[in-house]
Design a protein around this ligand. Structure first.
Ligand code: IDP
Ligand code: MG
Length: 144
């Protein structure tokens, strides 16, 4: 099965959806020149969440992470463009919003005071292999 490597999986997490930040976040990716090629609003089941975050199973934050990510709707999307995986990770910013630079999504939209590292607004695939896996999990039909 071949896949275009210039695609990545991004998910606007439930905290950002609750705070009405969907439009502002998508705007950042459009202004960076990336194409939105698929999008859906989805409340993750416990089963899907545990597949998505399988690499974190057993970590101290794992249970909180699953409770949070299933706590309300998320926006799952597929972005396409040159070097999109790496560039999108830069636009997203550091995992811990406290460490995220201004100009990044996590840096600019973090809640002050910070609630937790878990509620960090957005997910983006971190490598070609995770992009492939995550696209398959959420948008099976877009794997080619
Ligand atoms: P990433 O989302 O920047 O790729 P990962 O290390 O893959 O970061 O962690 C997945 C998610 O788990 C993070 O986005 C965040 O929601 C949560 N998380 C990661 N590290 C911590 C932590 O130390 N405390 C609480 N939650 C964390
Ligand atoms: Mg990650």
């Amino acid at each position: 099965m071949m896949m275009d490597v210039d695609k990545t999986f991004v998910m606007i997490k439930p905290d950002a959806v609750r705070r009405n930040l969907i439009g502002k976040i998508i705007t950042r990716f459009e202004e960076a020149g990336f194409k939105l090629i698929n999008l859906k609003l989805i409340t993750l089941s416990r089963e899907l969440a545990s597949k998505h975050y399988a690499e974190h199973k057993g970590k101290p934050f794992y249970n909180d992470l699953l409770a949070f990510i299933t706590s309300g709707p998320s926006i799952a999307m597929l972005l396409q463009g040159e070097d999109v995986i790496k560039k999108v990770r830069k636009i997203v910013g550091a995992t811990n919003p406290e460490e995220a630079q201004s100009g990044t999504i996590r840096g600019d939209f973090k809640e002050i005071p910070l609630k937790s590292v878990t509620e960090n607004l957005i997910h983006a695939s971190d490598s070609e292999s995770s992009a492939k896996r995550e696209i398959y999990l959420f948008f099976e039909n877009n794997l080619e």
